[in-house]
Design a protein around this ligand. Sequence first.
Ligand SMILES: Nc1ncnc2c1ncn2[C@@H]1O[C@H](COP(=O)(O)OP(=O)(O)O)[C@@H](O)[C@H]1O
Ligand SMILES: [Mg+2]
Length: 250
Amino acid sequence: MTPLAELVAVEKRYGRVPALRGVSFTVHRGEVHCLLGDNGAGKSTLIKILAGVFPPDQGEYRFEGRAVYLRSPREALDLGIATVYQDLALLPLMSVLRNFILGREPVRRLGILDLREAERQVRASLERLGITLDDLHRPVGMLSGGQRQAVAIARAVHLGAKLLILDEPTSALGVRQAAQVLQVIRRMKEVGVGVVFITHNPLHALAVGDRFTVLFQGKSLGTFSRGEVDERRLTQLMAGAGVLEQEVEG
Ligand SMILES: Nc1ncnc2c1ncn2[C@@H]1O[C@H](COP(=O)(O)OP(=O)(O)O)[C@@H](O)[C@H]1O
Ligand SMILES: [Mg+2]
Protein backbone atom coordinates (compact mmCIF):
# COMPACT_ATOMS: atom_id res chain seq x y z
CA MET A 1 0.00 0.00 0.00
CA THR A 2 1.40 3.38 -1.00
CA PRO A 3 1.80 5.63 2.03
CA LEU A 4 -0.06 8.92 2.04
CA ALA A 5 3.15 10.77 2.85
CA GLU A 6 6.69 9.48 2.99
CA LEU A 7 10.02 11.00 3.94
CA VAL A 8 13.09 9.00 2.94
CA ALA A 9 16.50 9.57 4.56
CA VAL A 10 15.84 13.24 5.09
CA GLU A 11 18.61 15.61 6.15
CA LYS A 12 18.21 19.20 7.27
CA ARG A 13 20.62 21.64 8.88
CA TYR A 14 20.39 25.24 9.98
CA GLY A 15 23.78 26.61 9.05
CA ARG A 16 26.11 24.27 10.90
CA VAL A 17 23.44 22.92 13.26
CA PRO A 18 22.18 19.52 12.12
CA ALA A 19 18.46 19.25 12.86
CA LEU A 20 17.57 16.01 11.02
CA ARG A 21 20.03 13.27 10.21
CA GLY A 22 18.79 10.59 7.83
CA VAL A 23 15.23 10.41 9.09
CA SER A 24 12.61 8.29 7.33
CA PHE A 25 8.96 8.56 8.20
CA THR A 26 5.67 7.42 6.68
CA VAL A 27 2.02 8.04 7.38
CA HIS A 28 -0.95 6.21 5.87
CA ARG A 29 -4.53 7.25 5.26
CA GLY A 30 -6.60 6.78 8.39
CA GLU A 31 -3.51 6.39 10.55
CA VAL A 32 -2.44 8.43 13.55
CA HIS A 33 1.36 8.47 13.59
CA CYS A 34 2.74 10.05 16.75
CA LEU A 35 6.03 11.91 16.63
CA LEU A 36 7.72 12.12 19.99
CA GLY A 37 10.94 13.64 21.26
CA ASP A 38 12.45 15.99 23.76
CA ASN A 39 13.00 19.70 23.04
CA GLY A 40 15.44 20.13 20.19
CA ALA A 41 14.95 16.56 18.90
CA GLY A 42 13.89 17.80 15.46
CA LYS A 43 10.10 17.36 15.60
CA SER A 44 9.24 20.85 14.38
CA THR A 45 11.82 20.63 11.61
CA LEU A 46 10.33 17.36 10.39
CA ILE A 47 6.81 18.71 10.28
CA LYS A 48 7.97 21.91 8.60
CA ILE A 49 9.26 19.74 5.77
CA LEU A 50 5.96 17.85 5.62
CA ALA A 51 4.06 21.14 5.70
CA GLY A 52 6.09 22.71 2.90
CA VAL A 53 7.76 25.42 4.97
CA PHE A 54 11.05 24.33 3.43
CA PRO A 55 12.30 21.31 1.45
CA PRO A 56 14.84 18.88 2.95
CA ASP A 57 18.54 19.47 2.18
CA GLN A 58 18.78 15.82 1.16
CA GLY A 59 16.46 12.86 0.94
CA GLU A 60 13.06 12.58 -0.58
CA TYR A 61 9.51 13.65 0.16
CA ARG A 62 6.73 11.69 -1.53
CA PHE A 63 3.06 12.48 -1.26
CA GLU A 64 0.49 9.99 -2.56
CA GLY A 65 3.35 8.11 -4.18
CA ARG A 66 4.85 11.01 -6.11
CA ALA A 67 8.02 12.94 -5.33
CA VAL A 68 7.15 16.48 -4.31
CA TYR A 69 9.29 19.54 -3.82
CA LEU A 70 7.27 21.96 -1.76
CA ARG A 71 8.40 25.52 -1.32
CA SER A 72 5.53 26.97 0.69
CA PRO A 73 2.71 25.95 3.02
CA ARG A 74 0.34 27.19 0.31
CA GLU A 75 1.68 24.56 -2.12
CA ALA A 76 1.26 21.93 0.59
CA LEU A 77 -2.28 23.05 1.32
CA ASP A 78 -3.18 22.77 -2.35
CA LEU A 79 -2.22 19.07 -2.14
CA GLY A 80 -4.33 18.60 1.00
CA ILE A 81 -1.58 18.93 3.61
CA ALA A 82 -2.81 21.04 6.51
CA THR A 83 -1.12 22.03 9.75
CA VAL A 84 -2.82 23.01 12.98
CA TYR A 85 -0.35 24.79 15.21
CA GLN A 86 -0.61 25.28 18.94
CA ASP A 87 -1.35 28.96 18.49
CA LEU A 88 -4.40 28.59 16.38
CA ALA A 89 -5.16 29.94 12.98
CA LEU A 90 -8.72 30.81 13.99
CA LEU A 91 -9.97 34.35 14.35
CA PRO A 92 -11.20 34.70 17.93
CA LEU A 93 -13.67 37.53 17.36
CA MET A 94 -15.34 35.78 14.49
CA SER A 95 -18.03 33.13 14.88
CA VAL A 96 -17.33 29.43 14.47
CA LEU A 97 -19.36 29.51 11.27
CA ARG A 98 -17.45 32.46 9.79
CA ASN A 99 -14.15 30.79 10.64
CA PHE A 100 -15.21 27.77 8.63
CA ILE A 101 -16.50 29.77 5.70
CA LEU A 102 -13.41 31.97 5.49
CA GLY A 103 -11.00 29.60 3.81
CA ARG A 104 -13.43 28.28 1.24
CA GLU A 105 -15.71 29.21 -1.61
CA PRO A 106 -18.91 30.24 0.13
CA VAL A 107 -22.11 28.47 -0.72
CA ARG A 108 -24.00 30.79 -3.01
CA ARG A 109 -27.51 30.79 -4.32
CA LEU A 110 -28.56 33.55 -6.71
CA GLY A 111 -25.19 35.11 -6.08
CA ILE A 112 -25.70 35.61 -2.38
CA LEU A 113 -24.05 33.75 0.45
CA ASP A 114 -26.35 30.97 1.59
CA LEU A 115 -25.70 31.00 5.31
CA ARG A 116 -28.27 28.32 6.07
CA GLU A 117 -26.64 25.88 3.67
CA ALA A 118 -23.18 26.81 4.95
CA GLU A 119 -24.34 26.22 8.50
CA ARG A 120 -25.78 22.84 7.55
CA GLN A 121 -22.48 21.78 5.99
CA VAL A 122 -20.38 23.01 8.92
CA ARG A 123 -22.68 21.24 11.35
CA ALA A 124 -22.30 18.02 9.36
CA SER A 125 -18.51 18.37 9.42
CA LEU A 126 -18.50 18.88 13.19
CA GLU A 127 -20.87 15.97 13.76
CA ARG A 128 -18.74 13.66 11.65
CA LEU A 129 -15.93 14.25 14.14
CA GLY A 130 -18.16 13.94 17.17
CA ILE A 131 -17.95 17.62 18.09
CA THR A 132 -21.07 19.07 19.67
CA LEU A 133 -21.48 22.85 19.56
CA ASP A 134 -25.03 24.12 19.75
CA ASP A 135 -24.30 27.69 18.76
CA LEU A 136 -22.17 28.15 15.65
CA HIS A 137 -22.62 31.91 15.90
CA ARG A 138 -20.58 32.23 19.07
CA PRO A 139 -17.19 33.88 18.66
CA VAL A 140 -14.41 31.30 18.65
CA GLY A 141 -12.72 33.24 21.44
CA MET A 142 -15.52 32.27 23.79
CA LEU A 143 -14.94 28.54 23.38
CA SER A 144 -12.79 26.52 25.76
CA GLY A 145 -9.22 25.70 24.74
CA GLY A 146 -10.19 22.13 23.94
CA GLN A 147 -13.16 23.21 21.83
CA ARG A 148 -11.00 25.70 19.93
CA GLN A 149 -8.46 23.01 19.06
CA ALA A 150 -11.26 20.65 18.07
CA VAL A 151 -12.80 23.31 15.84
CA ALA A 152 -9.45 24.13 14.24
CA ILE A 153 -8.96 20.44 13.40
CA ALA A 154 -12.52 20.09 12.09
CA ARG A 155 -12.05 23.19 9.95
CA ALA A 156 -8.93 21.73 8.31
CA VAL A 157 -10.81 18.52 7.50
CA HIS A 158 -13.82 20.51 6.27
CA LEU A 159 -11.50 22.36 3.90
CA GLY A 160 -10.27 19.08 2.44
CA ALA A 161 -7.17 18.05 4.39
CA LYS A 162 -5.86 14.57 3.53
CA LEU A 163 -2.83 14.86 5.78
CA LEU A 164 -3.28 16.67 9.06
CA ILE A 165 -0.25 17.78 11.02
CA LEU A 166 -0.90 18.60 14.66
CA ASP A 167 1.92 20.34 16.51
CA GLU A 168 1.46 19.79 20.24
CA PRO A 169 -2.32 20.32 20.17
CA THR A 170 -2.79 18.99 23.71
CA SER A 171 0.24 20.27 25.58
CA ALA A 172 -1.24 23.57 26.74
CA LEU A 173 -4.52 21.98 27.84
CA GLY A 174 -5.84 20.54 31.09
CA VAL A 175 -6.82 16.90 31.38
CA ARG A 176 -10.46 17.23 30.33
CA GLN A 177 -9.71 19.66 27.53
CA ALA A 178 -6.96 17.41 26.20
CA ALA A 179 -9.34 14.44 26.30
CA GLN A 180 -11.76 16.33 24.03
CA VAL A 181 -9.04 16.92 21.47
CA LEU A 182 -7.80 13.32 21.65
CA GLN A 183 -11.33 12.14 20.94
CA VAL A 184 -11.42 14.22 17.75
CA ILE A 185 -8.02 12.87 16.67
CA ARG A 186 -9.32 9.33 17.15
CA ARG A 187 -12.13 10.06 14.68
CA MET A 188 -9.65 10.77 11.89
CA LYS A 189 -9.24 7.04 11.42
CA GLU A 190 -12.87 6.70 10.36
CA VAL A 191 -12.70 9.81 8.19
CA GLY A 192 -9.61 8.43 6.42
CA VAL A 193 -7.35 11.40 7.11
CA GLY A 194 -3.71 10.67 7.92
CA VAL A 195 -2.51 12.38 11.09
CA VAL A 196 0.96 13.29 12.30
CA PHE A 197 0.51 14.02 15.98
CA ILE A 198 3.42 15.75 17.69
CA THR A 199 3.51 15.51 21.44
CA HIS A 200 5.93 14.96 24.23
CA ASN A 201 3.25 13.38 26.37
CA PRO A 202 3.53 9.58 25.92
CA LEU A 203 0.09 9.06 27.47
CA HIS A 204 -1.54 11.35 24.92
CA ALA A 205 0.31 9.52 22.15
CA LEU A 206 -0.69 6.08 23.44
CA ALA A 207 -4.32 7.18 23.77
CA VAL A 208 -4.72 7.69 20.00
CA GLY A 209 -1.64 6.49 18.13
CA ASP A 210 -1.34 3.60 15.69
CA ARG A 211 2.43 4.03 15.32
CA PHE A 212 5.06 5.97 17.23
CA THR A 213 8.33 7.44 16.04
CA VAL A 214 10.80 8.86 18.54
CA LEU A 215 13.37 11.45 17.51
CA PHE A 216 16.50 12.08 19.52
CA GLN A 217 19.08 14.69 18.54
CA GLY A 218 17.90 14.71 14.95
CA LYS A 219 17.86 10.93 14.52
CA SER A 220 14.99 8.49 14.50
CA LEU A 221 15.25 5.90 17.26
CA GLY A 222 12.71 3.80 15.42
CA THR A 223 9.05 3.46 14.54
CA PHE A 224 6.94 1.26 16.79
CA SER A 225 3.48 -0.18 16.51
CA ARG A 226 0.82 -0.04 19.16
CA GLY A 227 1.64 -2.83 21.60
CA GLU A 228 5.40 -2.63 21.01
CA VAL A 229 5.86 0.31 23.36
CA ASP A 230 4.34 1.53 26.60
CA GLU A 231 4.61 4.78 28.54
CA ARG A 232 7.83 3.72 30.25
CA ARG A 233 9.56 2.72 27.02
CA LEU A 234 8.51 5.88 25.18
CA THR A 235 9.76 8.00 28.07
CA GLN A 236 13.10 6.16 28.04
CA LEU A 237 13.45 6.56 24.28
CA MET A 238 12.68 10.26 24.43
CA ALA A 239 15.50 10.58 26.95
CA GLY A 240 17.84 8.85 24.48
CA ALA A 241 17.75 5.29 25.79
CA GLY A 242 19.99 3.10 23.69
CA VAL A 243 21.88 5.97 22.12
CA LEU A 244 23.51 7.27 25.28
CA GLU A 245 24.39 3.77 26.54
CA GLN A 246 26.09 2.97 23.23
CA GLU A 247 28.07 6.17 23.50
CA VAL A 248 29.24 5.24 26.98
CA GLU A 249 30.18 1.72 25.89
CA GLY A 250 31.87 2.91 22.73
N1 LIG B 1 15.73 28.51 12.81
C1 LIG B 1 16.70 27.80 13.41
N2 LIG B 1 18.00 28.21 13.36
C2 LIG B 1 18.98 27.49 13.94
N3 LIG B 1 18.78 26.33 14.59
C3 LIG B 1 17.52 25.88 14.69
C4 LIG B 1 16.42 26.57 14.10
N4 LIG B 1 15.30 25.87 14.34
C5 LIG B 1 15.67 24.78 15.04
N5 LIG B 1 17.00 24.78 15.24
C6 LIG B 1 17.77 23.73 15.92
O1 LIG B 1 17.49 22.50 15.27
C7 LIG B 1 17.34 21.45 16.22
C8 LIG B 1 15.95 20.84 16.09
O2 LIG B 1 14.97 21.80 16.47
P1 LIG B 1 13.42 21.56 16.38
O3 LIG B 1 13.11 20.93 15.07
O4 LIG B 1 12.74 22.83 16.69
O5 LIG B 1 13.17 20.50 17.55
P2 LIG B 1 11.85 20.19 18.42
O6 LIG B 1 10.67 20.69 17.69
O7 LIG B 1 11.86 18.70 18.57
O8 LIG B 1 12.03 20.87 19.74
C9 LIG B 1 17.64 22.07 17.58
O9 LIG B 1 19.01 21.87 17.86
C10 LIG B 1 17.35 23.52 17.36
O10 LIG B 1 18.09 24.33 18.25
MG1 LIG C 1 9.04 22.03 18.34
